[in-house]
Ligand binder design. Sequence first.
Ligand code: DON
Length: 574
Amino acid sequence: MRGLILPNNLAIMPSLIMVLVLLFTPQATCSQMATEVCSDGGMIVSAYPLASKVGAQVLEMGGNAVDAAVAVGFALAVVYPQAGNIGGGGFSIIRTASGADYFVDFREKAPLAASRDMYLGGSGKVIEGASTIGIEAVGVPGTVAGLYLEHERFGSIPWLQLLRPSIDLARNGFEVSAELAASLNSLERYSERFPGLKKFYMVGGKHIEEGDTLRQPRLARTLELIAAEGKSAFYQGRVAGMIADEMKMGGGLITREDLASYRAVFRKPVEGSYRGYKILSAPPPSSGGTILLEILKILEGYDLTSCGPLSLQSVHLMVEAERRAFRDRAEYLGDPDFVENPVSRLISKEYADSLRRTITGNATPSSTLQGSFNIQVKEHLQTTHYSIIDCMGNAVATTTTLNSSYGSKVLVERGGFLLNNEMDDFSIKPGAPNIYGLVGNEANSIAPGKRMLSSMSPTIVLDGGKIFMILGTPGGSTIITTVAQIIVDVIDFRMSVSDAVSMPRFHHQWLPDEIFYEKNAFTEKEMEELKTMGYELSERSSIGDVQVIQVVDSIRCGVSDPRGMGEAASQWCR
Ligand code: DON
């Protein structure tokens, strides 16, 4: 259980309506409680308190939500190295105060030398671990290009100033929390294979402990280069040289040409509605928005409110909607620069109606839905999300990742940063599961320069054209179902966002054919009943780390998931 969050800094103390409320979960089934920070000022919610504070400082300096998002992104790369990154990629949804929507795609790409079967041995068998650990697992990073593009288009504060707090945090160091110390020390088991990693997780030759100061002088220098030269430092200049050298030494595929040709791009968010609310979310190359809207459109045909949260009926209907939508994810979705994605069909009312007609009173075995593969889920997950709104009403939702915790575990030694293992998000062989147990087909097969399909779902919900919720979470495949569950909890079950975030979660992804659930989601009796309906159940330690802002009557309430270590920070509007 976590205590109340107090403002970190009185200088960024929010205005008169600042309310701190400790809210209890609606059912006695969940042991964790989410804390809500409400204000009529700017609001930042991220997975690490120091990063939220950096964002609030940028708003305080007069920066807008995009300025803050850029600064938070770089700060997370320093203080939350499990997932915060410059060696990974991600997506942002931006909604301006004037009501224009943008989606920024800075997803990694397959290197130009990549090929469809690069992770298969001679016999066509998947080479165990090749797409998940080590230099061959790395996709061409997109984060620096993405944040640069966001700043170029919407920024109001000089780029250099936005990187300053991260440079300071990296150079002067910051106090390591117990959770971060434990997380960094977990890298020990990779140190034999990647001896350079020791430089990353040890201080002065000894293991990091809670309260130690973590200084990252090499990362500070890298950030200084990016601050001074912009994205070209990373994609053409000295940092590009460091990455290319690391690749050459380790036998990786990424070349200077890959880096120089990388572009972050604007796309149109995928747009749909749910019970009168408008939902903006991630289009391909994320499956997130499409699958989220497909699930919600199926659910719209049921009166979930009368079923109640976590009731047998609502769980059954949500699971059946998720099962069908994830089947479509595996069949149809991939990088829109390479394949056609039938998004408008998948999120249409007609299609939802036809799928609803196949839902009975019992579980539908996944094997009876076409395109079956047989799979298992593996773990070690890490991604991070942040949600921001400024005084003018500009909003940003960003989800960014190295994929697994600390990515490929490959450290660009001279640059002091880790590289992603995002190549595993491709379907490395039709039907072969990735670390999230997700399977795919040709639409998501590897090709040079192609983006791998994602589940990341930065999402904005509008009520009457006004921002109602800004949200997202890590969790691989569970990202989509977690965002869906929060939306249903708030809209159908009329929960506060803190209650919704605190609720135990459950998830189904077609294959494997199981309901994953958090401890206490169901009573023994409910589990028995679900089994009688034909469900298999599998307990998971924890699902997601939601960072959400809800706006009601101009009051912004930020909630950071008690499953993680994040915090909301607010800022006073002048
Ligand atoms: O893009 C994706 O869908 C995954 N690489 C996200 C990874 C993730 O969320 C790990 N988190 N816990």
